[in-house]
Design a binder for this molecule. Structure first.
Ligand code: B1M
Length: 214
């Protein structure tokens, strides 16, 4: 297997070291080097956020540093996102949201970007979204799919409640994800599927949209 391009390490390190200029510069260099923007986002920037998480867990970083890292992530993602190759629209409509109580939206925004690039219309409700607002949007937009995200264990029960309401009241397929979500949890709360990353979310979205068309 080829070694990862050094620019991916530059991206990850810039996020970790809270170096905004370095991250934006590395994002441009990644594009010039022909690194797919999806790879630069997931293997570069998101890897940097993962390392930031380690420093936070080790009490080396605190909330202010983590906030800055998130802003740097978005500044570099702004350079990369317009270059993600897009399939023609037609795949279906997904409503996506981070569940109520949770303000972590970086992972959800990567999923949104990739699902949109795969040709879906995505209605993004943002973060900290109550189940009732999600239900309303799914009905209004006649969504085929819902993508729910949460990063925290205390908000897993909000995710469960949201899935329950959506499955009772709509026919949309409900996909769930985020670091504390696994297949056993997804099955337990009655979600239609889960994936560990954005590429997996795209594969699931395609699978469920295809089933609905048959
Ligand atoms: Co906080 N935070 N945070 N945080 N934060 C975590 C989640 C935490 C694990 C850190 C830790 O303690 N080690 C911890 C939660 C612990 C727990 O619940 N067990 C935590 C905490 C405690 C908190 C606060 C309570 C801290 C405080 O205030 N004392 C507070 C909570 C605020 C709230 O939400 N109510 C808080 C605040 C913040 C910031 C605002 C500073 C910032 C968020 C900025 C933002 O999102 N705009 C932040 C951050 C950045 C993190 C860490 C460091 C990084 C999260 C991240 O962006 N990861 C995080 C530590 C960690 O995760 N290791 C942590 C990168 C991102 C690309 O990955 O989001 O996992 P992720 O997304 C992936 C996959 O999960 C998947 O695909 C994505 C792309 O590959 N995926 C899906 C996501 N959604 C999906 C949906 C799908 C499928 C796949 O289908 C629909």
């Amino acid at each position: 297997m080829d070694a990862p391009p050094p620019v991916l390490e530059d991206l990850a390190r810039s996020v970790l070291e809270l170096d905004r200029e370095g991250a934006v510069r590395a994002a441009g260099e990644a594009l010039l080097a022909g690194v797919p923007p999806e790879t630069a986002i997931t293997a570069g920037l998101a890897e940097g956020m993962r390392r930031v998480g380690e420093r936070f867990a080790a009490k080396v970083y605190f909330v202010p540093e983590v906030l800055v890292a998130g802003r740097i992530f978005y500044a570099a993602m702004e350079v990369l996102a317009p270059h993600v190759a897009r399939q023609p629209d037609a795949a279906g409509t997904m409503v996506c949201a981070v569940v109520e109580g949770d303000f972590h939206d970086i992972g959800k925004n990567i999923v949104k970007l990739m699902v949109e690039a795969a040709g879906f219309r995505v209605v993004d409700l943002g973060k900290n979204v109550p189940a009732e607002r999600i239900l309303e949007a799914v009905e209004r937009e006649r969504a085929d799919l819902v993508g729910l995200s949460t990063l925290m264990t205390p908000t897993l029960d909000r995710m469960a409640r949201t899935v329950k309401i959506l499955k009772e009241r709509t026919s949309a397929a409900v996909l769930v994800g985020g670091a504390p979500v696994d297949r056993a949890f997804a099955a337990k709360i009655g979600a239609d599927g889960t994936a560990p990353d954005a590429a997996g979310a795209v594969a699931l979205a395609r699978e469920f949209a295809g089933r609905r068309r048959r």
